[in-house]
Design a binder for this molecule. Structure first.
Ligand code: ZN
Length: 582
């Protein structure tokens, strides 16, 4: 009851000070500097540290823990809790020796081993303030340690008295604005005495902060290799680190996350629920997250001891499903829509957004229209984009689009029935073509029929006449357009290489009586011409001279590379044009 009243009065006074500051003619000052003190706990963690952490949490107080590496190894979960709850983790050597009695290597090992143990919690490469055991040091240990050295200005001798009331009274007697208070969290009486002292100090207007915050708020630097006993008022208080603000908005079907913090503070965050430390992701600008997820973020001047409370945002807004584009007889319908979602579309090739035309019913299309659609609206995040084309020849594709080099040829090959789509609007342009398929495309294009005797004369054990390619292989073999790997093996399921395709197409053109150009040496221009097999060379040169095949952008022919459906459609249509013109 009393404490509550006290709080209200303090709040009222603060408000008044602010108002006076604003009314004055002097430049508006920051809120009056608070009395600050840093309470530090040495030699732990130990069995009482969790109780101490409960007490600090209940009081909203942050402290600094000068840990022994050996104790940190024994209480890893407590180290994690100290860090997680925003206290400062610091180094008090590994085994509490008098460092001045050790060799150089011994001093380094005491400090570095402990740093590595603490890094497991705080993140690799975190910098730790150091307090030498017994406060014992000399210029040699100072330079070997190479970190700011923290002493104390208030020593209640808690280890000696082992009495909570005495500890409390001693702290209250000696603490001043800017003091660093030394206590040991390995004694139960010290934990009780320190918590009681904290209550009394708070009622006297003190704010208890970490050592790093004490110096940062007063604009004083902690110097490496120098001793620090206190940080007296400088007339300046930069104030506590404010928690960052996490906002989100839907953009182009995804969730854009923006995190803001006060000037000068870095932002660390995670979106997979993982705990934050010095190794967490650094925020550099808005990013996208998939729903649902949990964004955690802190603002920090130093993740170890000078950071804000954690901000957290659970992203639970459901995402609409992308609509299903269907085109039949030139009529567009958009289906399979998430309940409550509105559907939007464009017909000009740009990506649909929730600002595009809203779909209200079937739409008549003209050939050569690219359709883009998405769903969203209301509480739903907008879906990803669905895209398809009602082609120039009236075909429907979901996976090939105008502008792709094989688009027109694939559209034409499908319209003329040489290649079929894979169903459901898929052309599968990147899918490899097999020998059986390539011969089938050519057979359909030829418009010819395999003769009965050709079917009967098929010598290949791996080509059954009833397979979809059976008639085609019989026709091609009967006319000398294809041969097998041996007298009885054709390998219809084997992926066709570019040099095999050259041979099959060139033989077809010769069979059709297409005039053969002077092509000797035409393959020499390919950088990898020596890789072309002797049995394929003449055909590759003729295909090159006809202009049916060319090298890639690097000037290579790639004779052993597979051929895709997109390529096969393209070469077949060029072949068809050549036959017509010759
Ligand atoms: Zn100690």
């Amino acid at each position: 009851m009393n404490r509550k009243t006290g709080k209200r009065i303090t709040a009222a006074v603060l408000t008044l000070v602010l108002l006076l500051g604003m009314a004055g003619t002097a430049p508006p000052a920051r809120a009056a500097a608070k009395k600050l003190a840093a309470i530090t706990f040495d030699d732990g963690p130990g069995p009482y540290t969790d109780r101490l952490l409960d007490g600090l949490k209940a009081r909203g107080v942050k402290a600094t823990f000068f840990m022994l590496g050996s104790r940190a190894e024994a209480y890893p979960e407590v180290v994690k809790r100290v860090y997680r709850e925003g206290h400062q983790v610091a180094n008090h050597s590994y085994g509490h020796p008098d460092l001045t009695t050790l060799s150089d290597a011994g001093v380094r090992s005491q400090i570095q081993t402990t740093n590595q143990i603490l890094d497991r919690t705080c993140g690799k490469g975190t910098s730790y303030l150091v307090r030498s055991p017994y406060g014992s040091e000399n210029s040699r240990t100072r330079s070997l340690i190479g970190a700011p050295l923290i002493f104390w200005s208030v020593d209640p001798l808690d280890w000696k008295y082992r009495n909570a009331e005495t500890v409390k009274q001693n702290i209250l007697r000696d603490t001043f604005d800017g003091a660093i208070v030394l206590v040991h969290d390995i004694h139960s009486t010290s934990v009780d005495g320190a918590l009681a002292a904290i209550d009394a100090l708070k009622s006297r207007g003190y704010e208890l902060v970490t050592v790093r915050e004490l110096f940062r708020r007063r604009g004083k630097a902690l110097q490496k290799g120098a001793d620090h006993y206190s940080c007296k008022p400088t007339g300046k208080d930069l104030g506590p680190v404010k928690a960052p603000v996490i906002t989100n908005e839907a953009e182009s079907g995804r969730l854009k996350i923006t995190i803001t913090a006060q000037a000068g503070a870095r932002i660390y965050y995670s979106i997979d629920g993982s705990a934050l430390n010095g190794e967490s992701k650094r925020y550099t600008g808005p990013f996208y997250a998939d729903s649902p997820c949990t964004v955690r973020a802190v603002a920090a001047f130093d993740m170890n001891g000078s950071r804000s409370e954690e901000a957290m945002a659970a992203i639970t807004r459901p995402t609409a499903k992308a609509p299903r584009i269907q085109v039949e007889n030139g009529i567009l319908t958009l289906k399979n829509v998430t309940e409550g979602a509105r559907v939007f579309y464009t017909l000009d090739g740009t990506a649909a957004t929730t600002a595009s035309t809203e779909y209200t019913g079937p739409v008549e299309l003209s050939p050569g229209t690219v359709i883009s659609a998405c769903a969203g609206g209301g509480e739903l995040l907008s879906s990803g984009e669905a895209r398809a084309v009602y082609s120039h020849r009236g075909n429907f594709f979901r996976d090939i689009f105008p502008g792709q080099w094989y688009y027109s040829d694939a559209d034409r090959a499908v319209s003329e029935g040489y290649l079929y789509g894979m169903g459901d609007g898929l052309f599968a342009p990147e899918k490899p073509v097999t020998r059986g398929q390539l011969v089938t495309f050519l057979y359909r294009y030829s418009g010819e029929q395999a003769a009965v005797e050709e079917l009967g004369a098929l010598p290949f054990a791996d080509v059954a006449p009833e397979e979809y390619y059976g008639e085609a292989v019989a026709w091609a073999y009967g006319r000398g357009i294809v041969s097998g790997y041996s007298e009885t093996v054709f390998r219809p399921e084997r992926k066709v290489t570019r040099e095999e395709m050259s041979v099959i197409f060139a033989k077809f053109l010769r069979y059709r009586g297409t005039p053969v150009p002077d092509s000797k040496g035409a393959a020499k221009k390919y950088l990898d011409s020596e890789k072309i097999s002797p049995w394929a060379m003449e055909s590759v040169e003729q295909m090159t001279a006809w202009g049916l095949l060319a090298g890639d952008t690097n000037g290579k022919f790639l004779p052993g590379a597979g051929s895709t459906r997109g390529q096969a459609a393209s070469v077949l249509m060029r072949l068809a044009d050549l036959v017509v013109s010759s």
